[in-house]
Design a protein around this ligand. Structure first.
Ligand code: GRF
Length: 210
């Protein structure tokens, strides 16, 4: 019997939200292309028209949408527009990848335990902006990257995966960021695979594999 070489259409549809460079988006696209992640990116949405990640998406044949927050009276209205765009594309899992906005109840309610974020520190240390700079200025010897489920608490949801890197004596923010970014690019596709796999539950603050 012939083994089919064409994979069936993937049911796992990702919606990736970005604001800028899009290197984590690229790592997801690449992991899918390599066959390491059984999913497809159904849509990329940016709050900024000039996000380089939009071009990366189009290059890969992925629909790329700019949703302008200034066209909405408040955050909730903007969040609802994002939800509508994601639902139209039948997205299963939302991945924040350098999306520089707080996400609110409309998105979290529409995708319960289905919104992921990547953060450039070992949470709960150094949440918020400039995680790498915060780590360097605090003087920690180890930092890293965290992928977590998104909740209403900023960078505070259950931790899916983390990866650590050393902080060197002569580090600059740029050097540390680059070291962390290498881990981010490895970690995010792996965390997405784990979450899509479904063999987990949230127990209090803990993300636990079952
Ligand atoms: C990454 O460092 C990510 O951890 C943080 O924002 C940055 C986005 O970079 N949330 P990129 O747009 O994926 O290149």
């Amino acid at each position: 019997m012939l083994t089919p070489t064409v994979k069936p259409a993937q049911a796992n549809r990702l919606g990736v939200l970005i604001s800028g460079r899009g290197s984590n988006l690229q790592s997801i696209i690449d992991a899918i292309a390599r066959g390491d992640l059984q999913a497809r990116v159904a849509v990329v949405i940016s709050n900024r028209a000039d996000a380089a990640g939009l071009a990366r998406a189009r290059e890969a044949g992925i629909e790329a949408v700019h949703l302008d927050p200034r066209r909405h009276p408040d955050r909730s209205s903007y969040d609802r527009a994002i939800v509508a765009a994601l639902q139209q594309r039948e997205v299963d899992l939302v991945c924040l990848a350098g999306f520089m906005r707080l996400v609110g109840a409309p998105l979290l309610d529409a995708f319960p335990q289905r919104v992921l974020n990547i953060h450039p520190s070992l949470l709960p240390s150094f949440p918020g902006l400039d995680g790498q700079r915060q780590a360097l200025e605090h003087g920690v010897r180890i930092s890293g990257a965290t992928v977590h489920l998104v909740t209403a608490e900023l960078d505070g949801g259950p931790i899916v995966l983390q990866s650590a890197v050393p902080v060197h004596d002569d580090d600059t923010v740029e050097a540390l960021s680059a070291r962390i970014l290498v881990e981010e690019h490895r970690l995010y596709p792996e965390a997405i695979r784990l979450v899509l796999d479904g063999a987990w539950r949230v127990d209090g603050r803990r993300f636990r594999r079952v």
